[in-house]
Design a protein around this ligand. Structure first.
Ligand code: ATP
Ligand code: MG
Length: 288
């Protein structure tokens, strides 16, 4: 079933027309810094969604308004099979509610913790899905800047969905802000230099490595050491687990210091490793 009345023209994004009354609230599915996420059903259509309820008081305390505004503006304008939909939002005196697509699968980082590392088939399928999502975002002039396993959710078919647009920016100009989790930061961000879309391509290389080896490539106890390893692109491929030459080739072509020399998103999708292993459906449920 499509999102019936949620996406009906005219109602979407008209926050005054929606209220908590329109939903039956189910179980708590998660809690973040600013609020809680519940499974919910829109009463009229029976459509299942995830309701993220954020308390305004918490936003005030952490001065998170700009982040949330950005998250809503950006995520609300996106429609891609690998990007978590934000169908609508509304607010009352104390709360802001985001009506989100429900990702019924597990969080990707938990799956990675359990499996320790992914098979080349699973890893390449996630990387291809992510690449397609990023190509769509970049086309819309959105740089995510905070792609990491914690921000990736899986739907009921095991398809990857990018969530959490709190750090994303919509801009075609080069940016200077420092953000993101350090293990996933591109050298130009570590150095607080201007950065552009190519930061997301670097992150794809980091994720590809982490999916296959179970740890990000520059991980160190001490943040300073991680910074130094990123700056040197101190990339080492351990002997175990066995990883194919093609996979290492792709990683090496993404973890390139000169951002203009990183493999383009289009070229990633044409890379032999992706062509050989990635499941075109994007679904990973049936995989080992
Ligand atoms: P932060 O407050 O920094 O954003 P967070 O990302 O952990 O932290 P939320 O985005 O509020 O917080 O989400 C909390 C948890 O709820 C997520 O980790 C995830 O497990 C779950 N969750 C969030 N959105 C959805 C969704 N649309 N479908 C399914 N589960 C979700
Ligand atoms: Mg979040």
């Amino acid at each position: 079933m499509a999102a019936p009345s949620l996406s009906q023209e005219g109602r979407e994004n008209q926050r005054e027309e929606w209220s908590l009354e329109d939903f039956e609230i189910g179980k708590l599915i998660g809690a973040g810094k600013f609020g809680k996420v519940y499974l919910a059903r829109e009463k009229e259509s029976g459509f299942i969604v995830a309701l993220k309820i954020i308390f305004k008081e918490k936003l005030d305390k952490y001065q998170y308004h700009n982040h949330l505004r950005r998250e809503i503006e950006i995520q609300g304008s996106l429609e891609h099979p690998n990007v978590l939909r934000l169908y609508a939002w509304f607010h009352d005196e104390t709360r802001i509610c985001l009506v989100l697509e429900y990702a019924a699968g597990r969080e990707l980082y938990k799956l990675l913790q359990d499996l320790k590392c992914f098979s080349e088939k699973r890893a390449s399928t996630y990387i291809a899905s992510l690449t397609k999502a990023l190509a769509y975002l970049h086309e819309k002039q959105v740089i995510h800047r905070d792609i990491k396993p914690e921000n990736l959710l899986l739907d009921s078919e095991g398809r990857l969905k990018i969530a959490d647009f709190g750090w994303a920016v919509q801009s075609s100009a080069k940016r200077h802000t420092m953000c993101g989790t350090i293990d996933y930061l591109a050298p130009e961000m570590v150095e607080k230099k201007a950065h552009d879309y190519a930061v997301d391509n670097w992150t794809l290389g980091v994720l590809c490595y982490e999916f296959l080896y179970g740890v990000p490539p520059f991980e160190e106890e001490d943040q300073g050491n991680t910074f130094r390893r990123i700056m040197k692109v101190d990339l080492k491929f351990p002997a175990t687990p066995y990883i194919s030459t093609e996979a290492k080739d792709l990683i090496s072509k993404l973890l390139v210091k000169d951002s203009s020399q990183r493999l383009s998103l289009q070229k990633i999708l044409e890379h032999p490793w992706i062509l050989k292993h990635a499941d075109p459906s994007g679904s990973c449920n049936a995989m080992v």
